[in-house]
Design a protein around this ligand. Sequence first.
Ligand SMILES: *Cc1c(COP(=O)(O)O)cnc(C)c1O
Length: 367
Amino acid sequence: MSILPYAHKHVQEIRAYKPGKPISETARELHMNPDDIVKLASNENPLGASPLAVQAMLHAAQGVNLYPDGSSYELRSKIAHLFGVGMDQTVVGSGGSELIELLCHTCLGPGTELVAARYSFTMYPLMCKLFGATFVEVDNKPDWSHDLQAMLRAITPRTRIVFITNPTNPVGTMVQQSELDDFMERVPEHVIVAFDEAYIHFADPQPDTLRYVKRGQNAVMIRTFSKAYGLAGARAGFAITTEEIAGLLHKVRSPFNMNSLAQAAASAALDDEQHVRRSVQLVRSEMRRYEQAFSELGLTYVPSQGNFVLVKVGDGERVFHECLKRGVILRPMGGYGLHEYIRITIGTAEQNTRCLQALAEALKVSR
Ligand SMILES: *Cc1c(COP(=O)(O)O)cnc(C)c1O
C-alpha cells in the first residue's frame, strides 16, 4: 500500500531543490577523472576555506563523541561582538538555508503569504510549499533588480515575510541603502523583512541593514559561511534580529542544529578577514575578465555584485551540456524560466580559463 495519500497534501506537491551538479556524479557519468572537472555551478569559494577554519575542524574532530554546545556560545558571542548586538539577538544554524527555514517555521502556514522577487533564491517558494503558505512572486525591474515599490504593493494583511536578497541570486543585482531605507519606512509593522545577504561580501558598497534591527523593526539579517568564507560543505550560517524574533527562531530550531565541526569552523573563519579579502579580490578581478570575454564573444550578461554572473548564451541547456562534456559544470537556468541563460560561478584564474574555452567551443557547436 502506498503511504503517499497519508502525507500532507502540500508536501506531496513539493519539487525537490535542484542543486548544482556534483563533481563525483559528473565524473561517474562521463567516465572522467574528478580532478579534471571544474565545478562553477554553486557559487562556492574556489580558494577553499580559511586554513584557520580547517585547523579548527581538525581540532574539533577529537571531540565528536560529545554533543555540540547546543547554545553555540562561542560562535554566537563572537558574532554579537563583531556586529555590536546582544547575544540574544543571534541565532546560528546549518547554513543560511536553515535560518530561512526556521524563520518560515515561525509564522508561515495555510492562509499566510511570503513575498519575494521572481529572480531570487528558489528556497523561498519551496518553503511556502513546505508550510502550506502562498508564494507571492514579484517581477524584477527591467534592470533585473528587486522592484521594492511593487513588493510593497504586494503586501496584504496575510503577508508574514518579505525576502530581500541582496545581492540577489541568480542575477547579481543589488538594491541600495536609500531604496532600502524608503522600503523600511513604509513596510507595515506586521511583516518580517528578511535580508538574505549570502553574497554581501562581494558587493560594493554594502548597505547597512542592521540599523533596522537596532531600531527595533521586525527585520532579520541572514548570512552564510558557504560563499565568501568557503565553508559550503560544513553547513554554517547565522541570523541577527530582534530579541523577540530570535526567541522564536530558538524555539523552532532543534536542540543541536549546528554540529560541533561547523561551529568551530565558522568561529575560526570569522577571525580570518584576510582570507575573505583575498577571495573577494579574486572574484572582482576575474569578473572583469569574464565581462571582457563576454563582450568579445558577443554575449550579453547582467552586471553582477556577487561571485557569479548570469550570461545569455542562446540555448542554455545545450550550452550547459556542451560545457559538461568538456568537464566544466555550469548552472542552467531553465528552473527560473531563463532558458537562454546560464549562471557561472567565478573560479580561480585557471578554472575560468577552462570555462571560457569550453564556453567558446560550446557556443560554436550550439549556435
Ligand atoms: C547560497 C545561498 C544561501 C545560503 O546557503 P547555505 O549554503 O544554506 O548557507 C542563502 N541565500 C542565497 C540567495 C544563496 O544563494
